[in-house]
Write a new protein. Structure first.
Length: 305
């Protein structure tokens, strides 16, 4: 029986033949159903080729940014009027490709849809592969594999819209900073340091992890003692346990590490900075100013909204 031999496992991508004069349809099988007359039909998700959508949407697809792109064709879209474009960015690798490879790559691009249809399983003509476009891969890699296609946009044939598929991860030089080459031994850094970011921590400092952890314990202890001396803190945290918990919040640790960095990783100097003349340093964040009921309301709002 033909369909038993050719139909792949569920959720595979396959070619369907619907006309001898048209390219094969590309579909993803969701399930196989046997009809009352004994025939087998495949319930499939539709993928569209570039030839299946309007030229207006094709123009957008050629220069869409992988994420945050939404384009709608209005009533006058076919007459050349521009639609709505939220973001437009060209892939630099695509610009550098030879025209022949660009042409081949366009034939590998598909557009996912949410549309389902049923087709006879006997029309299956083989398997293929479809994947979400990965910005970390070279575009040429999609041409090196046979029967391999990619998509990055979702097409709605009813609304005539293209949307970026949700769930993509923002990876690539559009979202991550380019790391400069490591300086060679003895080579000077020619950059203007005043125009660069302010360093707040030196990873290659002379202290070992144990010494840093011990300093952070001292910082939390100082924070607990500072709360014992502060009248307003005694009202908010009437017990030693609550005061110690408040002193262990991130704001205390951030201040401690900042103090250690400014003290050039001299622990004795940093401890002196934590307890200057006049009393220990007390670090409090916004959350500590809230009452328990206010904090509960905030937590509830985060869960609901």
């Amino acid at each position: 029986v033909l369909w038993v031999t050719l139909s792949p496992p569920l959720a595979d991508y396959v070619y369907f033949e619907n006309s001898s004069s048209n390219p094969y349809l590309i579909r993803r099988i969701e399930e196989l159903n046997k009809t009352a007359n004994g025939n087998v039909e495949a319930k499939v998700v539709c993928f569209y080729r570039r030839r299946d959508i309007s030229s207006t949407l094709i123009a957008l697809a050629d220069k869409h940014a992988t994420l945050s792109v939404c384009y709608k064709t209005g009533p006058g879209a076919d007459s050349g009027e521009e639609g709505e474009l939220e973001e437009e960015m060209e892939n630099p690798e695509m610009v550098d490709l030879p025209e022949k490879l660009k042409h081949q790559l366009r034939h590998r691009e598909l557009f996912l849809s949410r549309q389902l249809e049923s087709l006879p399983a006997t029309h299956i003509r083989g398997k293929c592969s479809v994947t979400l476009l990965n910005e970390t891969e070279s575009l040429k890699s999609y041409l090196e594999r046979e029967d391999f296609f990619f998509y990055s946009l979702v097409y709605d044939p009813q609304q005539k819209t293209l949307l970026a598929d949700k769930g993509e991860i923002r990876v690539g030089n559009r979202y991550q900073a380019d790391i400069t080459d490591l300086l060679k031994e003895g080579e000077e850094d020619g950059r203007d340091q005043s125009r660069l970011e302010t360093k707040v921590w030196e990873a290659h400092n002379p202290l070992i992890d144990k010494q840093i952890d011990q300093f952070l314990v001292v910082a939390r202890s100082v924070g607990t003692f500072a709360r014992a001396l502060d009248c307003s803190s005694s009202v908010r945290q009437p017990s030693l346990h609550m005061s110690a918990a408040a002193a262990s919040r991130d704001i205390t640790l951030f201040h401690a590490m900042d103090t250690l960095h400014k003290s050039v990783y001299d622990v004795a100097k940093a401890i002196s900075a934590l307890v200057p003349q006049g009393g220990p340093v007390l670090c409090r964040d916004e959350m500590e100013e809230w009452s328990a009921s206010e904090a509960s309301l905030f937590e509830e709002a985060l869960e609901k909204y």
